[in-house]
Design a binder for this molecule. Sequence first.
Ligand code: FES
Length: 282
Amino acid sequence: MSTGIVIAIVVIAAIIFGLIVVLTTSRSSEVRGAGALSRETRSRNTKANISDAAPSGREVEAQAAVRSTAVVKAGPVELAPWVAPDEEALGVSRRMFFNRATVTLLSVSVGAFGASIVGFLWKGAEGGFGSKINAGKIDDVVQLIRQNKGFLYLSEARAWVTEYPKDALGKGNAIYGGQAPVFSGMQAGIVALYQKCPHLGCRVPECKSSQWFECPCHGSQYNRVGEKKGGPAPRGMDRFGVSIANGVLTIDTGAVFAGPSIGVNTTGQEAEGPHCVGGGEH
Ligand code: FES
């Protein structure tokens, strides 16, 4: 599924969730709750027979004219008896509180989850691991591999780039021909190997003396094009597809191709010196 489709799904889900929140909140506001009058209050109000008619201006002035400035002692105030709150109104109010708290918590959780997914996909869309990475001119890449004694590490792609010998293409085609983006790199003279060991995921370093990759975690070993030579790994090193346009090498780290099966040895490269970790043959 492409990044754009996933972002669209996340945005649509956020809109649907927002609508649910709005509908739930507006429905809650229709329910009588904390601001509602109790049954007792409503009944007293009805009995009091209060007139809604406001006094006219003349009536107010007439009352002001006859109003005495003498201090009038207030009569005894009759205290209203305490009336217990309406249980029904309290129940509705409590229910509303829990409903709103639940909806708010859900909104915050889903919002945070959606934001993290969008942030993750945004990063992939902007570049970095998981996207297509421009590795520079293929001629420069090959030169750097040779300068670094057979290995070039590209941290942004989390990949090792090494040379694939042209005279091994015949055997390579039989093994890697089904992985077209990988094989096209071999035809151009390079392989881009995922740094993660297919055994338990350690980062596999190069061993300059043996000219192999040798994993320090459990001793798996791979030749310079990532074909397994020893140790507990279940296959050779996984790899990325590449493309070359106008002489520029691009490594697509959005898809990982599984490494070759145990026993595949298209280059016939044996260890060229002492091993960096134990095991394997020399
Ligand atoms: S993780 Fe590399 S050999 Fe186990």
